[in-house]
Design a protein around this ligand. Structure first.
Ligand code: FEO
Ligand code: CA
Ligand code: CA
Ligand code: CA
Length: 596
């Protein structure tokens, strides 16, 4: 049976050995080339990266930190020239600023950040839009690309849709409630069918500090989102991140941001119709009737799976007509039944419990407090929803549920079947009649992750999956042009599992279903983001996020040691260069489709 399952696999490549060391590893016969690293110039006249003398001005013209989502918008339909769009989710100051962290008598001490360092952090967040081209089989950035752009925490944006202009979004700097400065913690995202770049604002609570004025009306709202967490030191230098000084500012984050990548002067739009929560991503597909469906995860333990269906329909030959599709439509949250069916429950003011009596006087209130609205309609509390990917080839939808070690035995349900779920699982949705805009469907757990050789873990990889092929903590994922699923992971720590994060190819069809193979793995300390296969299937882009992070022993540029005596200065391996997050281009040696 093993041989049968292996031969039925849709993926043809020799698997990488799982493990951990200072470098990345790719399957034999493939090249993994560094395309863009933190600090790389994005414009011909941008300064070269000088890590010991970095400035915010330089950073705003260079590739940002902690690349997460990677998308590609073809120019003239090409898979060899286009705009690479990349989210820069967050910053690791201890890895960025030499001398910030010292070890004093065996204890780690981090100095407070200077204002100049906070400004660098703010310029290293956001997104990058950069033209790239493939020449002689290798990719390079085009530094004089006219659409190249950095988006940062200082980029002017507009709030649009039903919540725009609401009193709860007004601040002293913006009495209109429609103008926000910046985006942050952009985790995964998407590229829309009309070729715009979508950035998901995830853990926005970390950037806020201070206390609301006594008895403030947003107190319960902020508590539901964990605001303020105070993980960043920005409030010390910028009042808008201090709740005592600017109590409404957190309501202006946690949205989906849409950017017209073809116009470097376009104002990014925060599309309030898609709700406010810790948005993981926003992958989309056109439904049978032309409406566009966005799948949205809220990455928190016991939070929800959502989708947004546009009111208008996609016009393939009229880009301008699509540019405000995200301002009108219906936001739904998923309720999974024990019998294998699910329903999409609409979050519409005036329907069910979403009334003025319950604090929802308008649709703006429903969207600003999306989580509370979803609580009231009885959505299913999930094990940290991450990327959700529709598959246009087989009509299914894959939901990555990364882990939830806090689920107790009495909280287990059919869709979240393991208590203390350390390794996560993947749910496959089938919308009714294969219609992505449907309001119900059926579901099954396609894969429970973790080491199948440990009986207590309860993993369900196929028997054809090798000791290298299993994984835990699914996070980002991609479906390629042949409808095959690729999963990126976040959290496979060498200490716990003997392996780093990576990219696994996961069969979904026939005999081979739930067979998984390791294609690429990251250097020590990193998380795997991306991935993306171009339409011609000849390039895969992956994002190596926070290499060298984790553990407990830092100094200067990055780690003294990470795992036992292992450290890394990936990808440069130079004494005067810090470890750097980077996007990697994977191609087949001699050309050709990947894993076919
Ligand atoms: Fe930023 Fe949910 O991972
Ligand atoms: Ca993620
Ligand atoms: Ca994805
Ligand atoms: Ca994650």
């Amino acid at each position: 049976q093993k041989a049968q399952a292996a031969s039925a696999s849709a993926f043809s490549f020799t698997e990488v050995a799982a493990g951990v060391d200072e470098n990345h590893h790719i399957a034999e016969g493939y090249d993994a080339d560094i395309l863009l690293r933190w600090g790389d110039k994005l414009f011909a006249d941008a300064p070269e990266f000088d890590p010991a003398n970095q400035t915010a001005e330089a950073q705003a013209r260079q590739f940002g930190y902690n690349n997460d989502y990677v998308g590609f918008i073809p120019l003239d339909g090409s898979s060899e020239r286009g705009l690479l769009v990349v989210n820069h989710e967050y910053t690791n100051p201890h890895l960025m600023f030499p001398g910030l962290v010292t070890v004093v008598e065996g204890k780690i001490e981090q100095k407070p950040l200077s204002k100049a360092q906070v400004d660098i952090e703010m310029a290293a967040h956001g997104g990058t839009i950069v033209e790239i081209v493939k020449e002689g089989g290798k990719w390079r950035p085009v530094l004089d690309g006219t659409m190249n752009r950095r988006i940062t925490v200082n980029t002017a944006m507009e709030l649009t849709g039903p919540a725009a202009g609401h009193d709860r979004l007004k601040t002293s700097a913006d009495p209109t409630g429609t103008k926000v400065i910046g985006t942050l913690n952009n985790c995964a995202g998407g590229v829309t069918p009309w070729g715009t770049y979508v950035m998901a604002e995830e853990n926005f609570h970390g950037y806020f500090s201070g206390s609301l004025p006594e008895g403030h009306k947003e107190a319960a709202n902020y508590k539901r989102y964990g605001v303020p967490e105070g993980a960043y030191e920005w409030a010390a230098h910028y009042d808008r991140f201090d709740l005592a000084k600017e109590p409404n500012e957190p309501n202006r984050f946690g949205w989906i941001v849409e950017v017209d990548a073809f116009d470097p002067n376009a104002t990014p739009k925060k599309r309030t119709a898609l709700g406010r929560f810790k948005h993981e991503g926003a992958e989309s597909i056109v439904a049978k009737d032309g409406r566009v469906v966005f799948y949205l995860g809220d990455d928190e333990r016991f939070d929800y799976v959502y989708k947004f269906v546009t009111a208008g329909t996609f016009k393939a030959d009229d880009r301008a007509a699509n540019m405000n599709l995200l301002d009108e439509g219906t936001l739904y949250v998923a309720k999974f039944a024990e019998d294998g069916r699910f329903a999409w429950l609409p979050l519409v003011q005036g329907e069910g419990p979403l009334t003025a009596e319950n604090g929802f006087a308008s649709q703006a209130d429903v969207l600003i407090e999306t989580r509370r609205a979803a609580d009231l309609v009885g959505a299913t509390k999930m094990d940290r929803p991450e990327d959700i990917q529709p598959n246009g080839v087989n009509g299914k939808v894959y939901v990555m549920l990364t882990n939830n070690t806090k689920r107790k035995a009495e909280q287990v349900d059919a869709a979240n079947p393991r208590a203390s779920n350390a390794f996560g699982h993947i749910i496959e949705l089938s919308e009714t009649d294969g219609d992505f805009a449907a309001t119900a469907g059926t579901w099954e757990v396609m894969l429970k992750c973790g080491d199948p050789s440990v009986a207590d873990v309860g993993a369900t990889f196929s028997t054809a999956t090798t000791a290298n092929g299993w994984f835990g903590m699914p996070d980002n994922c991609a479906v390629d042009a042949d409808g095959r699923l690729w999963v990126a992971t976040d959290g496979n720590s060498p200490k716990a599992t003997g392996r780093t994060d990576g990219i696994w190819a996961v069969d979904t069809e026939g005999e081979a279903r739930a067979t998984s193979k390791l294609f690429f793995r990251v250097p020590v300390g990193a998380e795997m983001c991306g991935p993306l296969l171009l339409p011609d299937m000849q390039t895969m882009f992956v994002a190596v996020q926070h290499p060298g992070d984790g553990g407990d022993d830092w100094a200067g540029f990055g780690r003294v040691s990470y795992y036992e005596d292992l450290s890394t200065r990936w990808p440069d391996f130079k004494d005067d260069m810090p470890v750097r997050p980077a996007v990697v281009a994977i191609t087949r040696q001699g050309g050709g489709k990947i894993a076919v």
